[in-house]
Ligand binder design. Structure first.
Ligand code: ADP
Ligand code: NI
Length: 217
């Protein structure tokens, strides 16, 4: 099977798997992460099939789509890869991306991770920034029934990743608690550059948001 055929099959597979999920994590998210991953990867020496498949499949393994079970998604992706003739190291490298990006605890030290993993992780994080990042945050907040803002609730800067998601915080607080900090967590130089640009836009937006809402502090 040619690589393109596998990529096209992966696209169909992901579209089917992500039907009906919250729109910040649907096929369009996988599509943006795929595009960004290709863009960043073009600057490095990588196995492009691993980058592309990892990016397309990265959220299929997420426990939130499998009743909190962290293994089901990875098994499903493994089956897909085997059925499409992706085996051995290539399969393991794609599975590492799917498994480790989804697992909230994060199993391995970043130093041990592949360049392909780092690129897809950066691309996933970049999708939480900029105009699309703002849209996703407010969409997520709406989905959870959270307030847009509440001046009496101050950002909590000591939340863990898991607490961050569960908590019903006003969405604008999520900017300070997580989004504006992502720039400092990028793996690759290219992603850092893009993150800086997107973060500057969000800072401008946040200033305007406060002005329009009459928030003074
Ligand atoms: P992914 O599953 O793609 O790795 P996350 O699940 O960490 O990413 O976050 C997905 C999106 O949901 C991001 O755009 C993030 O800003 C948003 N999000 C997560 N937690 C919150 C929250 N408490 N308030 C608003 N948006 C949130
Ligand atoms: Ni994602």
């Amino acid at each position: 099977m040619t690589e393109r055929v596998v990529i096209n099959d992966a696209i169909e597979f992901v579209k089917k798997k992500l039907i009906g999920v919250e729109s910040g994590h649907d096929w369009s998210h996988a599509y943006r992460v795929w595009n960004m991953s290709k863009k960043i990867a073009s600057q490095y020496e990588v196995n492009m099939s691993v980058v592309e498949l990892g990016a397309l499949l990265h959220d299929v393994g997420d426990s939130k789509f499998h009743n909190g079970n962290e293994n089901v998604g990875v098994v499903v992706v493994k089956e897909f890869l085997e059925d499409n003739g992706i085996r051995g190291k290539e399969m393991e490298d794609v599975l590492e991306i799917v498994r480790e990006i989804s697992f909230k605890s994060g199993k391995r030290d970043l130093k041990e991770r592949s360049i392909e993993f780092k690129i897809v992780q950066d691309s996933d994080r970049l999708d939480a920034l900029g105009a699309i990042g703002i849209a996703r945050a407010f969409n997520f907040g709406g989905y959870k029934g959270n307030e847009l803002y509440n001046t009496r609730i101050k950002p909590n800067m000591s939340l863990t990743e898991a607490e961050n998601k569960k908590k019903n915080c006003p969405t604008i607080n999520h900017f300070y608690e997580k989004l504006l900090l992502l720039e400092g967590r990028m793996n690759t130089i290219e992603a850092k550059r893009i993150a800086k640009e997107k973060t500057n836009f969000m800072i401008e937006y946040e200033k305007r948001f406060r002005e329009e809402c009459g928030i003074v502090d």
